[in-house]
Design a protein around this ligand. Structure first.
Ligand code: SF4
Ligand code: SF4
Length: 104
């Protein structure tokens, strides 16, 4: 069995943000803007590949099953999610405070 990672099916992501607090590594963040071609009104959440350690804690937190497991090839030394060296521009998340998780 190889190392696992997660990916998000963009078309199935409603941007509900429910998955965000399930990632202890802050690898699930909302895109800063909603791509114009999207059918959903709200911007999607994306996996920040450079942050994701493949712990799979987030699997099962998505009500639309947009989050899914993908397997890394055994010979891979980098995340298969890393198609560019730059992480996408995302919203800031204020995770801790008196009121708990919040959006900056
Ligand atoms: S697999 Fe783990 S590190 Fe990666 S996004 Fe899910 S909870 Fe975060
Ligand atoms: S829980 Fe699912 S639908 Fe909601 S933001 Fe996360 S990936 Fe998207």
């Amino acid at each position: 069995m190889g190392q696992s990672m997660v990916a998000i099916t963009d078309a199935d992501c409603t941007g509900c943000d429910l998955c965000i607090p399930h990632c202890p590594f802050e690898a699930l963040l909302p895109l800063a803007t909603n791509p114009p071609e999207r059918k959903h009104k709200k911007r999607p959440v994306v996996v920040i590949a450079s942050q994701c350690v493949g712990c799979l804690s987030c699997i099962g937190s998505c009500p639309t099953k947009a989050l899914h497991e993908i397997l890394m090839p055994p010979i891979s030394i980098t995340s298969p999610l890393l198609t560019t060296s730059d992480d996408p521009e995302t919203e800031q998340i204020r995770r801790w405070g008196k009121k708990g998780l919040g959006w900056a």
